[in-house]
Design a protein around this ligand. Sequence first.
Ligand code: H2U
Ligand code: ZN
Length: 346
Amino acid sequence: MIDLKEHPHRRLNPLTGEWVLVSPHRTKRPWQGQMEKVPRETREAYDPKCYLCPGNERAGGHRNPAYSGTFAFDNDFAALIPGTPSGHVAPHPLLQADGVSGLCRVICFSPRHDLTMAELSVEEIRGVVDTWTEQYMELNANPDIGYVQIFENRGEMMGCSNPHPHCQIWASSAIPNEIAKEAAAQEAYFQKNGRTLLADYLEFELSAGERLVSVNEHFAALVPWWAVWPFETMVVSRRAVAGLDELTWDERGGLADILKQLTTRYDNLFEVSFPYSGGFHQRPAAGSRDAWHFHAHYYPPLLRSATVRKFLVGYELLAFPQRDITPEAAALRLREVSDVHFKSKI
Ligand code: H2U
Ligand code: ZN
């Protein structure tokens, strides 16, 4: 028998059909890298040079209104453009191209330049959840849109261009790769079992406990069995709903609460504003309401300090992803840190 705490093994991600290599024995090797203390970031509540702050001018001459809650606008440098021709081009069966239309938006979470999701109140995050829901419903109902991706790049390390708390929405006519894989797996599971894949997965995790990070009445945050990034997590709705549009009033509050808990724990891990890319996976416009189970993925790069990060390079690019610290050990660390934000303690 393999000992998952000791022996190299691979674990399956049932949402994508892909494997990850786990090498727990390597966590015993000595770490000689630096463990430097990172200077605490200080920012003003308003930055006259920020293109997301209320009242400021953006690229292309648009001016932000004096907003007080959330603020959504069309991205001035959108990667997807409405009305793009949908034609198919294939000079050879191996060379295929499709036109993709769509649109991109930016959502500011708050007028406060100096805060992150973790530092907003649950009520303020609730306002963000409401805006996400409106945007998802509007865009998913647009006949030109096949899939709506809401995502946040947090921190310079993840390529975020501005610390002002915000996320992006890219809505496309095409179904992206990750969504196509997850849709196929969830459909097949539902056809076979009459339940969603994530309902059965979550039921097991709630009873096992060792990969849970935090749980409330409506949502659970956990390090998935198949996590690739050291502190990768998923947020899963406890009721099998397909998207934000199906959440009840109370469930929206539950989502705000779990996001506050998760991002606070992330920040407390190394006492730094924890970088990540994260976002929701929801039912594509033509997807099944029965099979798709609403969830979010968080992919944070930090490994063992505020500066030492994981890269997906070498073997991982050419073969398959690999991790040292087990998902169970990562979840334990996230459970052990406080759920009170370190900045609020001083
Ligand atoms: P990040 O989430 O990676 O920081 O990106 C912010 C987005 O804001 C980025 O997609 C857009 C960029 O195109 N943006 C505007 O729409 N207007 C601006 O004036 C600057 C940035
Ligand atoms: Zn700002």
